[in-house]
Design a protein around this ligand. Structure first.
Ligand code: AHR
Length: 504
């Protein structure tokens, strides 16, 4: 049994739990929108054609914000195509995914869906094929009360109240040569600055996100952030981070250590932002919007867009099926995001439905949960109050990709008002069960509320529409609290949640 010693102390506070850490992402890509959230033929469809069963699962997942409408898609998107009478909207080629978009869903429908799902919409503007004016028009359409061309058009289109969208992404992955309208860091930095400056003339208190790197492996990583923030610093609040290069490629040990790579990504971007801050001699800090992250098996056939004359509507694309090890990694990535709550002010699990997603749908049929649904739902539901970094003592193992890595990882949250504590922990060992010994003495009177574990002897088990629940978080009966110490045993390759509370 692998010994893991953890010390939990309110003095190890990192910052508040931010609800926006639990955001997600809906892109016009594959079946995320069409036959995903939107399916007018479905028995649960509402007046706009949105599936109510998917809305319920979104609520159940505990999603706080949803980024929209892309992704690579946004860099060729004309937002005006998606407003007004549906039957008059143009069908357009979507170059990013070699598909056809019927524009049945646009900004007004998406905002109505967001309200139904109780999520905050986060809007991306097209800085690929478009620029300052189109971003201003969209902002006017969404957020100006009325009395102008675009705001009156919104009212005419059935939304008398402004959409009141606060968080805006200034383009998407502009560092990537695959991006329509890809730019150098300087070109993008200038455009993002001018767009942000003009948007703030309409609404000074917007929260604006500049594009950061599409991953640590990008050749421009670091330099991109330095140049972009050199231009945009005064005008933006956050810089984005995207990461998808974590997948099990036969090296389970490295895969289970993926969160160390996310730690490195976040800390590198924060360091670069702080270097720009030092150079500019300002007190303002730039935070991180980790607005695309997930496990993604990019080399698989389902990630290849159609080609040639084939421009289908809503093709099956990026429909990864996740196993138990994937769920453990996703849980560990959430641990990483939480422990950086001082710098990560928003994050989006990419994506929400069908496309590398926790929720899957059958057109006209069932909706079901993938394995990765569970750690996200639990972290969103139980992380409350402040994030506490934990002192963790455990043996390490050698990984081919990330060097020497701890065999376990954990973070805690503590709500001083309610006396509730949540401990999130993973066992990365592929062979050894672990015994967690947690020192709770700094929070006297803590009692066990519940302990759960997500694991399976076959870590490659995947959920399906027929069975999405036989492997799910289950009670861990080994957990007990005595004399200010929590002990529990956890299996190899496992995601664990322990809830404790001070009883009054
Ligand atoms: O989420 C899938 C794609 O990954 C997004 O469209 C893009 O931003 C990223 O490269």
């Amino acid at each position: 049994m692998l010994p893991v010693s953890i010390t939990l102390d309110p003095a190890f506070r990192v910052g508040p739990v931010r609800r926006r850490t639990f955001g997600s992402f809906v892109e016009h890509l594959g079946r995320c929108v069409y036959t995903g959230i939107h399916d007018p033929e479905h028995p649960t469809a509402d007046a706009d054609g949105f599936r109510k069963d998917v809305v319920e699962l979104t609520r159940d997942l505990g999603v706080s914000t949803v980024r929209y409408p892309g992704g690579n898609f946004v860099s060729g998107y004309r937002w005006e195509d998606g407003i007004g009478p549906v039957e008059q909207r143009p069908r357009r080629l979507d170059l990013a995914w070699h598909s056809t978009d019927p524009n049945t869903v646009g900004v007004d429908e998406f905002v109505r869906w967001s309200r139904a799902a109780d999520v905050e919409p986060m809007m991306a503007v097209n800085l690929g094929t478009r620029g300052v004016q189109e971003a201003l028009d969209l902002l006017e359409y969404c957020n100006v009360k009325g009395g102008t061309r675009w705001s009156d058009l919104r009212r005419q289109n059935g939304s008398p109240e402004p959409h009141d969208i606060r968080m805006w992404c200034l383009g998407n992955e502009m560092d990537g040569p695959w991006q329509i309208g890809h730019k150098t860091a300087y070109e993008y930095g200038r455009l993002a600055t001018e767009t942000a400056r003009a948007m703030r003339m309409i609404q000074p208190d917007l929260e604006l996100v500049a594009c950061g790197s599409s991953g640590v492996p990008m050749p421009t990583f670091g330099e991109w952030e330095r140049i972009v923030l050199g231009e945009t610093y005064e005008y933006v609040d956050m810089i984005s981070a995207h990461a998808y290069y974590w997948e099990e490629d036969g090296d389970l040990g490295s895969f289970l250590a993926s969160a160390t790579d996310m730690d490195h990504f976040i800390e590198s971007v924060a360091a670069t932002a702080d270097a720009v801050r030092a150079h500019k001699k300002v007190s303002k800090r730039i935070h991180i919007s980790f607005d695309e992250w997930n496990v993604w098996y990019q080399h698989r056939a389902e990630s290849k867009p159609p080609t040639g004359d084939d421009w289908p509507v809503a093709p099956v694309l990026l429909e990864d099926r996740y196993n138990v090890a994937d769920a453990v990694v996703v849980g560990n990535l959430l641990i990483s995001l939480l422990r950086h709550t001082d710098r990560v002010h928003a994050a989006s699990l990419a994506q929400l439905v069908n496309v590398i997603a926790p929720i899957m749908t059958e057109p006209g049929g069932r909706a079901w949960k993938q394995t990765i649904f569970h750690p996200f739902a639990q972290a969103s539901r139980y992380a409350r109050g402040d994030v506490l970094r934990v002192a963790l003592d455990v043996a390490t193992y050698e990984t081919a990709k990330f060097g020497d890595v701890a065999l376990a990882d954990a973070v805690a949250t503590y709500d001083a008002e309610t006396g509730e504590v949540a401990l999130f922990a993973v066992n990365r060992s592929t062979t050894q069960p672990a015994r967690l010994d947690v020192d709770l003495r700094s929070i006297p009177g803590l009692e066990l509320v519940e302990a759960s574990v997500l694991a399976n002897p076959d870590h490659q088990w995947q959920a399906t529409a027929d069975d999405d629940s036989s492997v799910a978080p289950r009670a861990n009966a080994t957990a007990q609290v005595a004399d200010g110490r929590l002990t529990l045993e956890v299996p190899p390759v496992s995601w664990n949640v322990v809830r404790l509370a001070v009883r009054g």
